[in-house]
Design a protein around this ligand. Structure first.
Ligand code: 5GP
Ligand code: SF4
Ligand code: MG
Length: 470
């Protein structure tokens, strides 16, 4: 994916397992499948029944963990996390799982998403004497849980869930219990699987495939699951609402081999490409996708139009890890380093260049130039999602409104800026059709707020927009 190129934030990945003698090892493998969701930090916490064992650090999973470190994490249950900061920035103190020790019992917490009332809750907690140790919104959840006093963990968590608002898929591990929960709208993805007798939970099903686990079902919006030595229990902590799963997960974030809400991501992207071709066809000689995240949509576009799909762009795989790039100028250089146009394919041709999304327009502008320099006579840019005009408050950094090219320019102006011969986007309805089609039910709704401005939750005046990394 191109996330490395731009330094724009992806979100996080969570993984949990209960009842496996190699819990840490399975988590380590599971996190590898989720690495695309965050490269800034990684961590695993296990319980051996007596105490929590922790190892985490800044960087990729392979930078953080050596074999010895994984095998030192003893226990039958574990939670893990890969992080790309949306709230609170980077640094070790924000790497998850966050661990809170106390004399009676400790807890570890990992979270994917963003609380829309974190700011208000932080003020409230600090006014009441809490000392926040991190700048992340995740810590707020832990403080609210701990403040419930001497009540069973399940009760404490339920009461904390009554106070937080926004998007959250979380796991909490104590010495003897694992808790899994999802926000009332199910904004973030979270699935449950089985590995023999063990329970596994992951942001994406590709983590199950990697460790040989079988998918069971989605965690339901507003569901709290408790797993302990008495087994598996579940309850709804809110009455069911219409699910609004993030459509950007299908468009860009998730891996094509994952199923989200029982729809394969690659298949959904192909449908987006087909739908885009129906909405905005064009005469051309070849269709090419921007590797890797746009290949599926480009194939769909090609199938629908009959224009052959070709490998017009190649990703240079062995370029070093240059993903933290502070300036626009460097980002542009990054794109140049990471992608090449294939002259033999595009020279003298009218090219349809399919990309999954436009955020700032940097990538598209750069690639149009690459294709033209390689001899393309026309470049028709087709974007397999609608223009992103609004910020996301739910844990995905589409950055602030002022940075979004589509929020400040007409499509015609954007076409000029990126230097394309024509430019068209998928419509919001086309996107919806591609994902929910005939299953637009209470369980299968999607969020499209960054495209439509129609947010599925309250947004508070002081809701923090996830901070852009540079
Ligand atoms: P732009 O260059 O327009 O700012 O970003 C869009 C391009 O970056 C697309 O090619 C997309 O695949 C990629 N990309 C990288 N990170 C993100 C992200 O966080 N959100 C979205 N929508 N696209 C991203
Ligand atoms: Fe996803 Fe956009 Fe909704 Fe954010 S606003 S949850 S990126 S669809
Ligand atoms: Mg993010």
């Amino acid at each position: 994916m191109l996330a490395e190129i731009k330094g724009i934030n992806e979100e996080c990945g969570v993984f949990a397992i209960w009842g496996h003698e190699k819990a840490a090892e399975m988590t380590y493998y599971g996190l590898h499948a989720l690495q695309h969701r965050g490269q800034e930090g990684a961590g695993i916490v296990t319980t051996d029944g007596d105490k929590l064992n922790v190892h985490k650090g800044v960087g990729l999973i392979n930078d953080v963990f050596s074999e010895g470190e994984v095998s030192r994490l003893k226990g039958h249950a574990a939670i893990g996390h890969v992080r790309y900061a949306t709230q609170g920035g980077g640094g070790y103190e924000n790497v998850q799982p966050l661990v809170f020790r106390s004399q009676k019992n400790s807890m570890a917490l990992s979270h994917n998403g963003n609380l829309v009332n974190a700011h208000a809750l932080k003020n409230q907690l600090e006014a009441q004497g809490s000392i926040l140790q991190t700048t992340s919104d995740t810590e707020v959840i832990a403080h609210l849980v701990k403040r419930s006093g001497n009540v069973p963990m399940e009760e404490a968590i339920t009461s904390a869930l009554g106070m937080i608002k926004g998007a959250y898929a979380f796991s909490i591990l104590t010495e003897d219990q694992l808790f899994i929960g999802l926000d009332p709208r199910g904004l973030r993805p979270l699935s449950i699987g089985r590995l023999g007798d063990a329970y596994v939970v992951a942001s994406e099903t590709c983590a199950f495939d990697l460790i040989g686990a079988t998918y069971e079902r989605e965690v339901k919006p507003g569901e709290l699951i408790v797993i302990d030595e008495d087994g598996f229990r579940t309850k709804q902590f809110t009455s069911p609402l219409q699910r609004t799963l993030c459509s950007m997960e299908y468009v860009y974030f998730s891996r094509p081999d994952s199923d989200l809400n029982e729809l394969n991501v690659h298949a959904s992207r192909k449908t987006m490409g087909k739908q885009l071709a129906e909405e905005s066809p064009v005469e051309a000689d070849v269709v090419t996708g921007v590797p890797d995240s746009s290949i599926s949509a480009a194939i769909g576009f090609s199938e629908a139009t009959g224009i052959p799909y070709e490998l017009g762009l190649i990703k240079n795989r062995y370029v070093g890890r240059t993903f933290i790039q502070p300036s626009q100028e460097l980002r542009e250089q990054g794109v140049k380093m990471k992608l090449s146009a294939v002259r033999g394919i595009v020279d003298g041709k009218r090219v349809v260049m399919v990309d999954d999304s436009i955020v700032r327009g940097t990538t598209s502008r750069r690639i149009v130039r690459l294709l033209k320099e390689a001899g393309a006579t026309e470049v028709h840019v087709r974007i397999a999602s609608p223009p992103i005009q609004n910020p996301c408050y739910y844990g995905i950094d589409t950055s602030t409104k002022s940075e979004l090219i589509a929020s400040n320019n007409s499509i015609e102006d954007m076409k000029e800026i990126i230097g394309a011969d024509t430019l068209a986007f998928l419509t919001p309805d086309g996107l919806k059709k591609s994902i929910v089609s005939d299953r637009d039910t209470q369980e299968h709704g999607i969020c499209r707020a960054c495209f439509t401005g129609n947010y599925p939750t309250e947004i508070y005046p002081d809701t923090e927009i996830p901070a852009y990394k540079d």
